[in-house]
Design a protein. Structure first.
Length: 417
């Protein structure tokens, strides 16, 4: 499910088989098979019958520059505002030279607008905005947008995943997204060094001309320290186009957590360091909007987000302003997320979403629900593998899907011969 984005009554023995969830599965949540409550979709979510059509995101929270803008000039104004109600929270992150930092700012006295303390935008940076607001009728809404700023002529930069000094799951793949096409890929590849303690072989793979990923043959071992050195400054990536960055950053691999979603059994087994923590009831993609098979990596975690079917190629089936506990699995829009709008009977019994994996939740997100429990125990970089879905395997370049490519094929993606 893309960002703006998106997730029977089991009785007797069926509930008892779901490990820790026997006492948690009361109440409504999930997706409905008739299109009135599914979530997901080759990255989408289902409809939301009975909730009414919420206002369009731009009518609730207005953010400038526009989402997806590129080459934004430093004198353009960053502003978040609402026409009525109030802004509840605003978080702005600046990513520059492979390092992320919060952008200080302030709300107006009336709570209708937010502006950064420093009015001038940084060059060659990516800004990510997460805002939550209450409209004039007390309805909560959320927006997630991003834009990139102007890079001086004849320069290129690489936006790096994961964050500097972060702790990640064992499935994390180091990924560089370049703002310009790289014609001299071998030169750029030689200028990027990824190393680990304890040592392990790490190899690069190019996806097209603007993305370079690095990973080991198998998942990282817990406790591994990974260092990424960018020595791109003055490296010629294309004729007359030179790199800007000279930066070293690192991250730590935390505990291992791999979750296996069985779309046919409607369950998710959560394993921590190889031991089974819980078996959670789920709903996956409906027969006409199935969930991808294969290994996917959590790349984004949002306590609340908006999901709109039109952003993932559907019509107007759904537009949910407050999807809780949303964890992005693919760039195309597949999420694992909380679901409060479908009936309890869905979870563990049927697949009704538009392609996402849904866990039972409550409106606003509950810590004692299956979705809240899983969200609180997850990290960026954790692996979620889907099996027995009537769909193809997720593409290696869809999110951090590189684990779906064999090691031999992965190594052939290097530009250095």
């Amino acid at each position: 499910m893309r960002h703006v984005t998106g997730r029977a009554r089991r009785v007797g023995v069926a509930l008892a088989a779901v490990l820790t969830w026997a006492g948690l599965l009361a109440g409504a949540a999930g997706c409905t098979a008739d299109g009135t409550g599914g979530i997901g979709g080759m990255g989408g979510i289902g409809g939301i019958g009975g909730l009414g059509k919420p206002p369009a995101p731009e009518d609730i929270i207005r953010i400038s520059p526009d989402d997806g803008s590129k080459g934004v000039r430093p004198d353009e104004k960053l502003r978040i505002r609402v026409p009525s109600g109030r802004l509840e929270s605003v978080k702005v992150i600046k990513s520059q030279d492979a390092q992320e930092s919060p952008v200080p700012g302030h709300l107006s006295e009336d709570g209708l607008s937010w502006e950064p303390d420093d009015r001038r935008l940084a060059l060659a940076a990516k800004y990510t905005i997460d805002a939550v607001a209450l409209d004039g009728q007390g309805r909560r809404s959320a927006r997630h947008t991003s834009f990139t700023t102007y890079v001086p002529e004849e320069r290129f930069v690489g936006y790096v995943t994961p964050e500097n000094r972060s702790t990640v799951g064992t499935g994390m793949i180091v990924s560089l997204e370049f703002n310009r096409e790289i014609e001299r890929r071998a030169a750029v590849e030689r200028a990027v060094h990824v190393s680990a303690k304890p040592p392990v072989e790490i190899r690069p793979h190019w996806f097209g001309t603007s993305r370079l990923d690095f990973r080991p043959e198998h998942y990282w071992k817990p406790g591994t320290q990974v260092t990424v050195s960018l020595r791109l400054r003055d490296v010629e990536g294309a004729p007359g186009v030179y790199g800007l960055q000279h930066k070293t950053f690192s991250f730590t691999v935390g505990r291992s957590q791999v979750s296996l979603v069985d779309a046919a059994e409607h369950t998710m087994e959560v394993r921590r360091d190889g031991a089974l923590l819980a078996t959670v009831p789920i709903t996956a993609g409906a027969p006409k909007t199935t969930t991808y098979n294969g290994r996917m990596v959590v790349t984004e975690m949002l306590e609340v987000t908006r999901m709109n079917s039109r952003t993932v190629g559907f019509g107007g089936e759904y537009d949910i302003p407050d999807v809780p506990h949303a964890m992005r699995l693919t760039e195309s829009g597949t999420f694992l997320h909380g679901n409060y709008w479908a009936s309890e009977e869905v979870f563990g019994e049927s697949n009704v979403s538009h392609g996402c994996v849904g866990l039972r939740d409550v409106k606003g997100g509950g810590s004692d629900t299956p979705a809240g429990w899983f969200f609180d125990r997850s990290l960026i970089g954790d692996v979620v593998e889907v099996v027995h879905s009537n769909d193809k395997k997720v593409a290696p370049d869809n999110g951090l899907g590189g684990w779906n490519m064999g090691w031999k094929a992965w190594k052939t993606g290097s530009a250095v011969k």
